[in-house]
Ligand binder design. Structure first.
Ligand code: PEP
Ligand code: CO
Length: 434
């Protein structure tokens, strides 16, 4: 496929000297380190010649939905695996995630008149930033596992080599996943009245659009799937509807921010305890210089212990700057602990961080715009607590994640139930204030 001619600057694409590959001249963290550059180029060419995974019209539709979140009229329900896996992949697993998001969304809509934007962490969530470049077991040290798009999880030297052909496998799985989501969307239309009745949803059921999202970590993959669209005079990442920048790769002059600033897609930005208010304001300016509603989603992830200290000054500074952004909370990544040698999270900490997020948002006069969860429709035993009272002794029974611990179906529904109450309370306070 021929590279599109660079566009003339317009209000929408006026991103200075940006191009789909301008990230290559910036310092980049957490990228794969391939032994054979020619093999990488061959893979990138194949990806560049492929059809977009998602339609640009649907990305624009998501931007419109997110602008309603920015206006306080809708709520983002974002969730899925920490890392998608090649080995665990099957249609039932995708259906379980789909149905779980649908069910949770219905629970939220039953609690208040707010609209829900369903955003799955799926069809591209194959690469992981790691705190350590290597892993040591006994006397053996190997490169860390970085997600199935980069290397294999098995602890042996061959599996841990960074292999660019895995990008093609990830791309194929993403394509099949998106086809499955479309199929479930038509099938679920028939199911919606049942789901609505189960949660006591009064509003007439309407078709749910399931958008896709993932961390934009592997920039050569993202670049190869970036397309210029004549109608909008804009470049779009066609690997998913929304991409986000992780907490470890959000350096202002780094490669990941450089890539994300030039695409038309909505962009998420993880904000952990190390971000200061001025850094955040500079990042907002860089990523969304035109202050477009629905473009930028700030995803706080502080941990239940730190959120009430770190979130208020950030929310206040952003509000004072007048910027039109959405705030959501990821109550997973600041609440990871180790029990009996396994990474886990307490449902009570997850709920506490979400409740604090709602309380801070109310105090600051900001719309609490959504939640971001690691969860699965399968019956895993990775997080502790919830109404099923999963205890330490249960952890090993079905601990299946290749990366972070996920809420199982029942725990995710517990969280949705709590959030439904918080949304209802927030809507009632807003109505009183109006
Ligand atoms: C993630 O969402 O899987 C992740 C790695 O998050 P963070 O960048 O916030 O640590
Ligand atoms: Co994770």
């Amino acid at each position: 496929m021929e590279a599109p001619a660079p566009p003339a600057p317009t209000e929408e694409n006026d991103s200075g000297d940006w191009s789909p590959d301008s990230w290559r001249s910036r310092p980049a963290k957490q990228l794969a380190d391939y032994p054979d550059p020619l093999a990488v180029e061959r893979v990138e060419r194949r990806l560049a010649g492929s059809e977009p995974l998602v339609e640009i019209a649907d990305i624009i539709h998501l931007r419109a939905a997110l602008s309603r979140v920015a206006a306080g009229e809708a709520f983002i329900l974002q969730g899925g695996d920490c890392a998608e896996s090649f080995a665990e992949f099957n249609a039932d697993k995708v259906r379980a995630t789909y149905n779980l998001l649908l069910r949770m969304g219905a629970e939220l809509r039953a609690a208040s008149p707010i609209d829900v934007v369903h955003l799955a962490r799926i069809a591209g969530q194959f690469a992981k930033p790691r705190s350590s470049a290597t892993e040591t077991i006994g006397e053996v040290t190997l490169p860390s596992y970085r997600g199935d798009a980069v290397n294999g999880p098995a602890f042996n030297a061959r599996a841990r080599v960074h292999d660019p052909k895995r990008l093609l496998d990830a791309h194929r799985q993403a394509q099949v996943t998106i086809e499955l989501l479309h199929a479930f969307a038509s099938a679920s239309y028939a199911d919606l009245p049942r789901v609505a009745a189960e949660v006591g949803l009064q509003a007439p059921p309407h078709a749910v659009t399931m958008f896709t999202s993932h961390e934009a970590l592997l920039l050569n993959y993202e670049q190869a799937l970036t397309r210029f669209d004549e109608a909008s005079e804009q470049y779009w990442a066609t690997s998913g509807h929304m991409l986000w920048i992780g907490d470890r790769t959000r350096q202002l002059d780094g490669a990941h921010v450089e890539y994300a600033r030039g695409i038309g897609n909505p962009v998420g930005l993880k904000c952990g305890p190390s971000i200061a208010a001025d850094d955040l304001l500079r990042l907002i300016d860089r990523l969304d210089p035109h202050d477009r509603a629905g473009k930028l989603v700030l995803i706080g992830r502080f941990g239940a212990k730190l959120v009430d200290e770190h979130l208020p000054p950030l929310m206040r500074a952003v509000k004072r700057s007048g910027r039109n952004v959405v705030w959501t909370i990821d109550p997973m990544h600041g609440n990871t602990c180790t029990v009996q040698g396994l990474k886990t999270r307490m449902v009570s900490d997850i709920i506490r961080e979400i409740s604090t997020f709602f309380a801070v948002a109310e105090a600051e006069g900001v719309h609490p715009g959504g939640i971001h969860l690691e969860m699965t429709g399968s019956d895993v035993t990775e997080c502790l607590g919830g109404s099923g009272r999963l205890a330490r002794a249960d952890l090993e029974r079905r601990y299946l994640t290749g990366c972070d611990p996920r809420l199982n179906e029942r725990q995710a529904l517990d969280v949705a139930h709590e959030v439904a109450g918080l949304i209802a309370h927030a809507s009632a306070s807003r109505a009183r204030a109006a």
